[in-house]
Every structure is written in C-alpha cells, then in structure tokens.
Design a protein around this ligand. Structure first.
Ligand code: ADP
Ligand code: TRP
Length: 335
C-alpha cells in the first residue's frame, strides 16, 4: 500500500513570515488534514541556518520562534512529529553517505550557490569569496532530511524546488544498491501564490528584511505595513490594483469579496494608499489572530515548548535509527 509521508522544514534565520506561511505552512496544513493517518514531519532546520546565522542568541531565539510556529499551527493534528534537526544526529551521518552518492556537478549548478558565485564575479572578486562549504553542500543536508524518513510529499515554496530535484537524483543513485528502495520525494508547490512578495515588491525573505512577520505585535506590524513601497499617485486619483504591493499583499489573505471591494475602491479613486494600508493591517491581524494566542503562550513558556519537542523527537529518533541501519547495511558499514 502506498502512503504519503509529509515532511518540511523552516530555517530559524528570522521571524517566520507570510511567505513561509503561504509557501510551506499552509500547503502542509492542507496535506496534513487530508492525510490524517499518515506520518507528518515538521522540523526546525537549525543546522541549515548555521550557514548564515553565526550569533548564539539570535540562533536560540529564532529556533524557538520557528518551533512555536509549527506547534501553534499543527498541534492537535494526529501523527505529527516536531523536532529540531540538530536533535537527530542520524541526519548528519546520512548527509555524509549521501555526499558520496551526489555528483559534485549537481551542487555546482544549485541556484543559491550559483547566484553567490555570479555576484562575486560581477563585483570582480574571487568566485568563492565568503561562500562557506555549508552553502555549497546545503542541498545534500536537505536530501538527508527528506530521505531519512522516506518522505515523499514535500510542501515547499517554489524557491526550494531545485533542492528536492537534487534529492531525487541522489536517491536514484543510492537506490541502485538498496534492496528496500527509498521512495522518490515529490515537491508540493502551491502555484496559486507563486513566490510571495515582500514590502518592497521583491521575493519576501528573511534575508532581505522585507517581511511581514506572522506573529509580530500590532505596533511592529503597523510599522512594517507603513513601509510598503507604492507609487506617488495623489489622493483622489484612481489607483491601479494590478501594480500595487499593498493590494497584492491584501489579496493573499482576504476573501474574494473583500478583494473585489478593495479593487472597486481603488478604481473609483475614493481611497489613497494610507487607507489601503489600514485595511491590510486589519485583515492581517484577524487572519492570524487565533494562532497568535497559541504562539504567544508557547513563547512565554519555553519549557513547555522544549518538552513538546523532546517528547516528539524521541519517536523521530527511533525511525531515523531504523532507516539509517538499512542504508548502512546496504553500503557495507554494517554486516
Ligand atoms: P527565507 O527565504 O525567508 O529564509 P526559508 O528559506 O526558511 O525562508 O523558507 C521556508 C519555507 O518557506 C520554504 O519552503 C520556502 O520555499 C518557503 N518560502 C520562503 N519565502 C517564500 C516566499 N516569498 N514565497 C513562497 N514561499 C516562500
Ligand atoms: N531549505 C529549506 C529552506 O530554506 C528548509 C529545509 C531544510 C527543508 N530541509 C528541508 C524544506 C527539507 C523541506 C524539506 O526553506
């Protein structure tokens, strides 16, 4: 019988944001509800974060924030496992094994690494300036995250698609020597939202400081929304909804009727961008309100958060151990 094993991770590199929600959390929630009896793995990719975060306090804080986010959205759904990647050392053993089944050329062609090299060359520097090996081998660790649990449904944003494709190439190589074949993972991408834009109109990302955090307090959220870039159409003139970052951000979270109403107000010239930002603030607050209470409770009680993750990670470790053993037997590390 074929089963759906769902798995996804978020790097603790900043406050979880609307892009993470629409790209990864919401599709994962939909899949989790449709697959009530299957195993679902939601983790905090803390060693992936180490490629960029080198500050102890920051990493500790962001780890908690991502953990609290997973728990607030998924608690109460059966068969969900939550854990820090760093709690499962088996992932790192598999990472090395997979490195030896991964053609280096695959990694040379990975978008994230290639973009950093291209930027260095553009600026006249050595191609590998300031690029650590973790950035280069990042896709192999991600393959280990996925393959160790035989996960076959991977809800992610479109920017992560290539990483899952690399995992597929790696597992095809490994499977040549495996008696029990490991399933090929499939990226699950919600194409309706594509890449969610940030307050500057570029891809929303913690790296670009252009996010709308899912759970910030009202003052901070208002400040962020206040910074959304717009054109300089004066008040009283019609606004173009198709070319407006506020309208786009509103459309992600508002109902069809609300979107149609705002569009009508834009076109009639009865509102300005300041009003539109107020609508967005209010829609955003109510969209995440019920989850924010849970999130705040977890952030205020870190002991309960740690307890939930420690309990869950014990079962994860058992599964990880059994699957790693099969691989070690296939490659000749265990008899
Ligand atoms: P960030 O780019 O902010 O560091 P992560 O790399 O931790 O975000 O992404 C976690 C998940 O959220 C991934 O599945 C990623 O594809 C998704 N994601 C991040 N930003 C966006 C976005 N702007 N639009 C859609 N999905 C996104
Ligand atoms: N690389 C992903 C990101 O930056 C996070 C991640 C790590 C992940 N391991 C994963 C996502 C495994 C899905 C499956 O967003």
């Amino acid at each position: 019988m074929s089963s759906n094993i769902i798995l996804t991770g978020i790097k603790p590199t900043g406050d979880p944001h609307l892009g993470n929600y629409l790209g990864a959390i919401l599709p994962a929630l939909d899949m989790a509800r449709q697959n009530a009896n299957e195993k679902k793995y939601f983790f905090i990719a803390d060693y992936h974060a180490l490629t960029t975060v080198k500050n102890k306090q920051e990493l500790l804080e962001y780890r908690h924030k991502i953990a609290a986010t997973w728990l607030s959205f998924f608690e109460g759904i059966d068969h969900c496992y939550f854990y820090f990647q760093s709690q499962i050392p088996e992932i790192f053993e598999l990472y090395w094994i997979l490195s030896c089944f991964c053609p280096k050329g695959l990694l040379n062609r990975a978008h994230a690494y290639k973009a950093l090299v291209a930027k260095n060359i553009d600026q006249g520097y050595d191609p590998d300036r300031h690029i650590n090996h973790g950035v280069f081998s990042y896709p192999v660790l991600m393959a280990a995250d996925i393959l160790l649990f035989h996960a076959n449904k991977i809800p992610i944003g479109p920017d992560q698609k290539q990483h899952v494709e690399i995992a597929i190439e790696i597992v095809k190589n490994l499977n040549k020597i495996m008696d029990k074949k490991i399933p090929l993972p499939e990226p699950i991408i919600d194409t309706s939202n594509n890449l969610v834009i940030g307050i500057d109109g570029q891809k929303m990302s913690k790296n670009y400081n252009n996010t709308l955090p899912i759970f910030s307090d009202e003052k901070e959220l208002k400040k962020r929304i206040g910074k959304i870039q717009t054109d300089s159409t004066p008040l009283g003139e019609p606004l173009n909804p198709d070319n407006c970052n506020i309208f786009k951000l509103f459309s992600y979270i508002a109902s069809t009727d609300e979107i149609a109403n705002l569009k009508q107000e834009y076109q009639s010239g009865t509102i300005g961008y300041g009003h539109a930002k107020k609508y967005l603030l209010s829609a955003y607050k109510s969209y995440f309100e019920s989850k924010k209470n849970k999130y705040d409770a977890y952030m205020a009680n870190k002991a309960s958060l740690e307890h939930a993750l420690n309990t869950s990670s014990k079962s994860v470790k058992e599964i990880a151990n059994a699957h790693l053993k099969d691989i070690k037997m296939a490659i000749g590390i265990l008899a």
